[in-house]
Design a protein around this ligand. Structure first.
Ligand code: ZN
Length: 205
């Protein structure tokens, strides 16, 4: 296992396009097409001990290309920042295009009202090293929002680059109690903010 308190020791091929980053939200170059999503339904929750891994059915259209949703997991606190502000939690929907390239759709959660979808997940988490079948619709987290897009990397080793990132502008909420529940399942797991370097951030709206 890699350690979040010793990130400088993570083995990786060093590059200039690492994730996560701080997203400055103003004056972004506009791409006039929002991502679209079919109904996203979770069918399986796995408790891996160090993280929750969820999977199910769903397909995104990202800049006119279909991306198959493969997996959902969470980080707390959030990995990406908006205007130098971290959020309480971040969901990563990992997708794959036909050519094998990956795209991650991220959703940030700020402290606030209890999240009903998150509650369904939390009440169905199986014991450690077990999985649970389920039927939870998570589409509402993805739709009716603009997205920020940039080219980055995986945020866990081997930190491979060439990953398309799409971050929902609309933040969801998580209650303090829900966040405490989450903390029972895995330890703090956010990678440090990485330099933007010579990268463009686009807004899809
Ligand atoms: Zn992730």
């Amino acid at each position: 296992m890699y350690r979040y308190d010793a990130q400088q020791n993570w083995s990786h091929i060093s590059g200039q396009q690492q994730s996560p980053i701080n997203i400055t939200t103003h004056h972004r170059q506009l791409i006039a097409t929002r991502p679209t999503f079919t109904t996203y339904q979770l069918t399986k929750i796995q408790n891996l001990g160090f993280k929750l891994s969820l999977s199910g059915h769903g397909q995104a259209t990202l800049q006119q290309r279909p991306g198959q949703w493969q997996e959902l997991h969470f980080h707390y606190p959030s990995e990406h920042h908006f205007d130098d502000q971290a959020a309480a939690l971040e969901a990563h929907f990992v997708h794959q295009f036909k050519n094998g390239q990956k795209a991650v759709v991220g959703v940030l959660f700020q402290l606030g009202a209890p999240n009903p979808v998150l509650q369904q997940i939390l009440t169905q988490v199986p014991p450690q090293a077990q999985s649970q079948t389920t039927a939870i619709t998570v589409t509402d987290w993805l739709t009716n929002t603009a997205y920020y897009h940039y080219m980055g990397s995986l945020t866990t080793p081997p930190i491979i680059e060439g990953i398309e990132w799409y971050l929902a502008q609309q933040l969801q909420t998580v209650s303090p109690q829900q966040l405490t529940q989450f903390q029972q399942f895995f330890a703090k797991n956010n990678r440090d903010i990485q330099p933007l370097n010579d990268r463009a951030i686009f807004k899809l709206d």
